[in-house]
Design a protein around this ligand. Sequence first.
Ligand SMILES: *Cc1c(COP(=O)(O)O)cnc(C)c1O
Length: 366
Amino acid sequence: MSRVHNFSAGPATLPLAVLEQARDEMLDWRGVGASIVELSHRGPEFMQVAAQTESDLRTLLSIPDDYAVLFLSGGATTQQALLALNFAAPGQAADYVITGHWGKTALKQVKPYVQANVAASSEADGFRSIPPRPDWQLSPDAAYLHITANETIHGVEFRDAHLDAIGDTGGVPLFADFSSSIASEPLDIARFGMVYGGAQKNLGPVGISVAIVRRDLFERAGQPRADIFDYRSHLAKESMLNTPPSWNWYLLGLTVKWMLDEGGVEEFARRNARKAALLYAAIDGSGGFYRNEVDAAVRSRMNVPFFLHDATLDKGFLEQAKAAGLISLKGHRALGGMRASLYNAMPEAGVVALVAFMRDFQQRHG
Ligand SMILES: *Cc1c(COP(=O)(O)O)cnc(C)c1O
C-alpha cells in the first residue's frame, strides 16, 4: 500500500488511523458479527455511535448546552436553503456578507424565500479581502446575518479579529458556514446563532452535515415547509427523522475521536498555523514564481490558492507533483491555477514535501 499526500479541497484526505479503524471494523463491528452500516439506526449499536459522536463533538468544539447539534443528510448547500425556511419569515430580510464563491451560493439558495440583501461583498476586488465592517449595510429587521467563515475556493478566512470586528448586530443572530474550517482552531460558538458545515472538509466523509443551532431559534415559525425540511422535527427525533446516513455518521465519529486523541482544537490550531506559514512563506519567498493574491490579513489557513507566474507551466507542475506523490493540487475551475487544502488530517510532512517540490520545480523552470 502506498498513500500519497492528498491536497483535495473536498472530499478530502482523512486520517490514516480513521481509515484503518473503519477497515478493521468493516465486516464485524466490535464483535456484533455485522458491519455498522448493516445495522438498524435505531438499534443499540448505532444509537451508541450516534450518542458518542455528539458527545465527542460537543467536547471537541466546546459547544454550550443551549445549542442543539443536528446531524443531517444533504450537504452544506442543503443547509444553506433550509436555514432560511426554518429561521426567516416569508419575505423577511436576510443579510449576506459575500467573500467568495460559497457566500454567493448561500445567497442563491435563499432567493425564493427571503429578501436577500448583500450587506457587503468583496467581489469587485476578486474576493481577495473581507469588506471593512463600517461598510456593511445591515438591515435592522434581518432574520440573520450570514457569513462564510472560510471561503474554500478563494482562500479567504474570517479569524477571531474579524469576528470580533462584527460586534453588535442589534440582536440579529450571526449564521456562519464553517464547512471548511470547523475544528481547525478554538471557536467561541456563543458568538453565533448557527454554525453549520458539510463534513467532507475537516470533519470526515461526504454525505453528512452538522448544524449547531442556538436553541431559542427553534421558537421561530419560519416558513411553510415539509416535515422533513423542519429542523425542529429532526431535533425532536435526535436526527433520526428518517434513515440517517449512518456510515458517514460513524466515520465522522471516528474522525472527531481522532481529533480529541491528537490534542483537540488547540493542538490543531498550532499545527494548522505552522502548515499555512510554511506554504505562504514558500509562495511569498519565490520572487514571484508563485503568487497568492489574497490580503495577507485574511488568508485562509485551510485552502491556499496559488498561481504559477506562467500558466503554461501548470500542466507540468501538476504532472510532476503527482509523480512526487502530491495529488489534487489543481485549482478550482473558477480561479484556475493551484490550490492546496491543508485540513486537520493533512500532516505537516505533506506540506514540507509540497514546499520542497515547489522549490525544486522552480529551480528547474525558473
Ligand atoms: C464545500 C462547501 C460547500 C458545499 O458543500 P456541499 O456538501 O457540496 O453542499 C459550502 N460551503 C463551503 C464553505 C464549502 O467549503
